[in-house]
Design a binder for this molecule. Structure first.
Ligand SMILES: Nc1ncnc2c1ncn2[C@@H]1O[C@H](COP(=O)(O)OP(=O)(O)OP(=O)(O)O)[C@@H](O)[C@H]1O
Ligand SMILES: Cc1ncc(COP(=O)(O)O)c(N)n1
Length: 503
C-alpha cells in the first residue's frame, strides 16, 4: 500500500511506559511533534515510573503480529520505529512480519531500530539470551541507534569513553550487518552531545548539541529514534532527518525542567515549542499578551515572499546577500543599544545579560555576515535606518529600550524555529538556518523575555503603555525589515551554503 498524501504515517513498535516518558508514549509524542501521524503496536507492557521499572508483562508474541497485520492491511506505513522487544520470541515474530512487509520493494517503509537493552534506571528491558535474535533483525532495518553501552555489547568491545572509539565501533557494526548506525554520545562525558550517522565507509554526518545538565532525560533515545523515522519519512534523506530530529530533540531536552513529572529521571518536554504558541506561560502574563497582540504581524512575516523563499531554498543569492548586508548594519547598532541597556540596567544579572548579548551579537553574527559578505557592507536602506532610529530614540529610558530590543530576539527565535524545521542537508542556506535555531539562542530569548517581564511588573501604567508601544513598533519594523528584500523564486544555487555540522 502506498501513501499518496503529503502527511506521513509512522508506526512505533515498542513497549509501553505508563509514566509517559519513554516507549510508545514518547514515540507518539515525538512523531506528532516532528510532523507525522503516529501509530503504535505494543510489544510489551512495563510497570514503571521516573524512578525505575517495577515489572514487565509480555503479551503472547502472536498478538504483536495481529496488531501489525491489523495496521498494515489497512494503512500505508511510511516509516517504522522499533523500540523495546523484551525477548527472542517477540523479536523472531517481528522479524517474520518485517521480512514480509519489506519484500514489497518500492513503497516499503524505512525502519529505524533502537536496540533497547537496559533502561536509564539500570533495569533490563531485553533478556540476556536475546542477543543473537536481535542481530538477525538488523537485516530488516535501515538504521540502528545504539547508545554507548549498547554499541559496546553489539560490537563485542569495551565501552567507548570517547567519540572516536564510538565511531570505530559503529563503523565495524555497520560493515558487519550492512546497516547505518546512528552512534549517540549522550553517555560520554563531553561538554557537547554528538550523534553521528555512520556506515561502513565512516561518518556520513555528525551533529552536536550542548550537553544539558538535567536529570530529566528519560526517553531521549526513544524520542530521537521516533523523530528520526518521522523526519526521514518527510524528507527522504537521512542526513536532513538527523539534523531536524536532533535540533528538535535538543530543544525538548533544554525545556525538560519546565515539566514537573515524578521525582526520578523525568521526561523531556516534547511539545515545548508548540505550547509556546498556543498558551501563555502564565494566564495573564503580560509578555504572552504582547505576543498575542502581535499575532497578525507574526503571521505577516511567515507569509512574506522572502521568508517563504528562504525556507524552501529558492531565495536568489543576491537577495540573500542584500538581506545579510542590511542585517550586518542593523546588528552593529543593535549591539550598541544592548550595551546601552547594560549601562542602564538596575541589577547586575540584567547588566551582565545585555553586555553578553551585545558582545555575542557583535562577535558571532558579524563574523558570520562578514565571512559571507567578504567585508562588502552596503549603505543602510531607509527601512533599516527607520528601525535603528526607533531603537536609538528609546535609548534613554531602560524599560522602553528593552521592550524595543525584545522583538529582534523573540521574532527571530520564533521564525527561526520554523525555518530550521524546514532545513535539509542540501539547503543552500543550511548553516544560516541552523545558526538561528540554537539552544543558546532559545535560552537568550527566554532570558530577554524574563527580564522585560520583571521590569514591566515593577513599572507604572504610563511606562507600561510606552513599553508596549516600543515593542509593537519594533515588531512592525521587523516585518518591514524582512520585507525589504525582493524575493522572486529563482533556480537553486546549492553551492551557496556550507554543509551543516558535517564530519
Ligand atoms: N544531557 C543531554 N543533553 C543534551 N542532549 C542529550 C543529553 N543526553 C542525551 N542527549 C541526546 O539524546 C539522544 C539520546 O542519547 P543517549 O546516548 O542518551 O541515548 P539513550 O541512552 O538510548 O537514551 P535513553 O536516555 O532514552 O536511554 C542523543 O541525541 C543524545 O545526544
Ligand atoms: C517501554 C520502555 N522503552 C524504552 C525505555 C528506555 O528508555 P530510558 O533508557 O530512557 O529509560 C524504557 N524505559 N521503557
Amino acid at each position: 500500500m502506498t501513501n499518496t498524501q503529503n502527511t506521513k504515517n509512522i508506526l512505533s513498535i515498542a513497549g509501553s511506559d505508563p509514566s509517559g516518558g519513554a516507549g510508545i508514549q514518547a514515540d507518539l509524542k515525538s512523531i506528532a511533534a516532528t510532523g507525522g501521524y503516529g501509530m503504535a503496536a505494543i510489544s510489551a507492557l512495563t510497570a514503571q515510573n521516573t524512578r525505575g521499572v517495577r515489572s514487565v508483562h509480555v503479551p503472547p508474541a502472536g498478538f504483536l503480529t495481529e496488531q501489525l497485520n491489523a495496521v498494515s492491511e489497512d494503512i500505508a506505513i511510511d516509516a517504522i520505529k522499533i523500540g523495546m522487544l523484551a525477548n527472542a520470541e517477540v523479536i523472531n515474530e517481528l522479524g517474520q512480519w518485517l521480512a514480509g512487509i519489506r519484500s514489497a520493494g518500492t513503497g516499503a517503509p524505512a525502519v529505524v531500530l533502537d536496540p533497547v537493552m537496559v533502561a536509564t534506571s539500570g533495569d533490563r528491558l531485553l533478556d540476556a539470551e536475546s542477543d543473537a535474535a536481535l542481530r538477525r533483525l538488523f537485516c530488516h532495518t535501515d538504521v540502528i541507534t545504539p547508545n554507548i553501552p549498547e554499541l559496546a555489547v553489539l560490537a563485542r568491545a569495551e565501552m567507548a569513553t570517547d567519540w572516536e572509539t564510538a565511531v570505530v565501533q559503529a563503523r565495524g557494526l555497520a560493515a558487519e550487518y550492512g546497516v547505518m548506525v546512528l552512534a549517540k554520545g549522550g553517555h560520554l562525558e563531553s561538554a557537547s552531545c554528538r550523534d553521528g550517522l555512520i556506515d561502513s565507509d565512516g561518518v556520513i554526518l555528525s551533529v552536536a548539541s550542548p550537553r544539558q545538565y538535567t536529570p530529566n532525560t528519560h526517553g531521549t533515545g526513544c524520542s530521537l529514534s521516533a523523530a528520526l523515522a518521522t523526519c526521514y519519512a518527510r524528507t527522504g534523506d537521512w542526513g536532513s532527518a538527523l539534523l531536524n530530529a536532533k535540533s528538535w530533540l535538543a530543544g525538548a531536552i533544554s525545556r525538560a525542567d519546565e515539566l514537573s513529572v515524578g521525582s526520578g529521571h523525568g521526561p523531556i518536554n516534547h511539545f515545548a515549542s508548540l505550547w509556546d504558541g498556543v498558551r501563555p506561560a502564565h494566564p495573564g502574563d503580560p509578555m504572552a499578551q504582547w505576543w498575542q497582540k502581535i499575532a497578525a504581524i507574526r503571521t505577516g512575516i511567515d507569509e512574506l515572499d522572502f521568508i517563504r523563499a528562504l525556507k524552501d531554498g529558492s531565495l536568489a543569492r543576491e537577495h540573500f546577500e542584500d538581506y545579510l548586508g542590511q542585517d550586518a548594519l542593523y546588528l552593529r547598532t543593535y549591539s550598541q543599544v544592548m550595551s546601552r541597556a547594560s549601562a542602564l540596567a538596575p541589577d547586575t544579572e540584567s547588566q551582565r545579560f545585555w553586555a553578553a548579548s551585545a558582545s555575542s551579537c557583535l562577535e558571532e553574527e558579524l563574523a558570520l555576515h562578514r565571512g559571507r559578505l567578504a567585508e562588502r557592507v552596503p549603505e543602510p536602506s531607509t527601512t533599516t535606518t527607520a528601525y535603528l532610529n526607533h531603537l536609538k530614540a528609546s535609548a534613554n529610558n531602560y524599560p522602553v529600550l528593552i521592550a524595543a530590543i525584545l522583538p529582534c530576539f523573540w521574532i527571530y527565535q520564533d521564525t527561526g524555529s520554523r525555518l530550521a524545521a524546514a532545513n535539509r542537508q542540501d539547503h543552500p542556506y543550511a548553516d544560516w538556518l541552523t545558526s538561528y535555531s540554537s539552544v543558546e539562542f532559545d535560552a537568550a530569548t527566554a532570558a530577554a523575555i524574563d527580564i522585560t517581564r520583571t521590569v514591566h511588573q515593577g513599572a507604572d501604567e504610563s511606562t507600561r503603555t510606552a513599553m508596549w508601544r516600543a515593542f509593537e513598533a519594533s515588531s512592525l519594523h521587523e516585518l518591514a525589515f524582512f520585507d525589504q528584500t525582493a524575493a522572486p523564486a529563482t533556480s537553486r544555487d546549492s553551492s551557496a551554503g556550507e554543509p551543516v555540522a558535517a564530519g
